[in-house]
Ligand binder design. Structure first.
Ligand code: GAL
Length: 421
């Protein structure tokens, strides 16, 4: 079906394009992603512009929601029906899963021609490869362990920016007394898991965090650090707003932009929302590391894979897109809107973007001290299957005040054990 329909589409498009543009290998490029918020959409438009400038037609396969969970479910259906898009936003160990099933194009020719080994930081190369071959193109470095501060609310409430959890709760009390939502949190499993993720990184530290959520080490998972992380999550519960069920992350960031909430724990894609709303960093908002994670870097790397093409035109359009992703222009413009760091460290950061500067410094420090931590809540430390088992335990605990941190710790260990079986 795909072949005939696709071939038919391609020939119609190609004949049109050949009439309109001289591009010898123009074709329609369907790209699956989940960037649908204001900031994300601006970033995605940079990708679209680059593909069109290379003479191809952009077909937007945007599936928003749940930080990619909805997109991945849709992609599985398309792939099983033999009709995957040409390119898809897939990241972390999930890349290996798709490669192992034989769906993905080998990108070694492009990686070699474009010197990817010189452009991609060494700790981030492996996850883009399967059995030593490049099968994904990385495009950015998001830092997850950020606490976003609404400076206007803090000033109004007479609150000080937190530097540890004691000062976090002092500020939360002041914000609450002044009528603000102290900690904006969207009621989606991945958002509660993102909060827990950063608390665990803070309480356990990078080394023990990785033993627990990357190695699934029994002792680390059953350690006091995990129990304390659940205790901290429970302490935060009364500072979040109750009618948040199903609220997506960008509508939650909007609560800070609209001066209704004081803080949000979220990756720096939230910065893209502040900037898209013309907020000034240092005036209406700022960013600090989640207390206790100042020297840690919970990384979330967005990347694209390319499903095996049907013909030379599709292959060429994939090559054009993959080459574009690591150009200085795309790296500069896309990441400025997205709130992430370029994957390339030779790209200058936007003038005056102190959050980006802090992020780059934190990455370099963590890289030098071997404390870079793949984010569990954003699918960098494990597959979506194990991740969803972890999400279930965290959300069961968060929404069930009767469950103790000790019970949650045991439940988490059992869930990971059974998900791996
Ligand atoms: C993450 C993704 C980011 C950001 C976020 C919210 O999983 O890697 O690029 O978009 O979801 O949608």
């Amino acid at each position: 079906m795909r072949l005939t329909l696709k071939a038919l589409c391609a020939s119609v498009i190609q004949s049109t394009l050949l009439y309109v543009t001289p591009a010898a290998h123009a074709s329609e490029v369907e790209v699956l992603h989940w960037w649908t918020s204001a900031g994300e959409a601006k970033a995605a438009s940079v990708l679209r512009a680059g593909i069109e400038q290379r003479g191809h037609q952009w077909r937007d396969f945007a599936v928003g929601g749940q930080a990619g969970i909805s997109a991945m479910n849709t992609l599985r259906i398309r792939a099983i029906s033999g009709n995957p898009p040409l390119a898809a936003q897939i990241k972390g160990p999930e890349i290996t899963e798709w490669a192992r099933l034989g769906f993905l194009r080998n990108l070694n020719d492009i990686a070699e021609a474009e010197h990817w080994e010189d452009k991609i930081p060494a700790p981030l190369r492996d996850v883009m490869q399967y059995q030593g071959d490049y099968v994904a193109a990385p495009i950015n470095i998001h830092r997850v362990n950020w606490l976003w501060i609404n400076l206007r609310a803090f000033e109004d409430a007479g609150a000080a920016i937190p530097h540890d959890f004691e000062s976090f709760f002092t500020a939360a009390d002041k914000l609450q007394q002044a009528g603000y939502i102290p900690l904006a949190l969207g009621g989606e499993p991945w958002q509660v898991a993102t909060l827990f993720d950063t608390l665990a990184l803070s309480v356990m530290g990078p080394e023990h965090y990785q033993q627990a959520f990357l190695d699934f080490d029994r002792e680390a998972l059953l350690s006091d650090g995990v129990t304390k992380s659940f205790s901290l999550l429970a302490q935060m519960r009364p500072y979040t707003d109750s009618d948040n069920l199903g609220r997506n992350w960008s509508d939650t960031t909007r609560l800070l932009i609209d001066n209704q909430a004081g803080m949000q724990v979220m990756g720096d894609w939230a910065k893209g929302e502040f900037l898209a709303a013309d907020q000034q960093e240092g005036k209406s908002f700022t960013c600090v590391a989640v207390p206790g994670t100042e020297q840690a870097f919970s990384y979330n790397i967005d990347s694209f894979v390319f499903f095996k093409p049907n013909n030379a035109e599709e292959r060429q359009s994939q090559t054009d897109m993959a080459e574009y992703l690591l150009t200085p222009q795309f790296q500069r413009d896309f990441n400025r809107y997205k709130g992430s760091l370029p994957i390339r460290f030779d790209i200058p950061l936007p003038n005056g973007d102190t959050c980006a500067e802090k992020s780059r410094q934190a990455f370099l420090y963590a890289e030098q001290h071997n404390t870079l931590s793949p984010s569990m809540s954003h699918g960098l430390s494990t597959t979506r299957y194990v991740q969803s088992a972890i999400f279930d335990v965290i959300n069961e605990f968060f929404y069930n005040p009767k469950q103790t941190p000790e019970e949650a710790t045991q439940a988490l260990y059992r869930a990971i054990l059974s998900a791996q079986a």
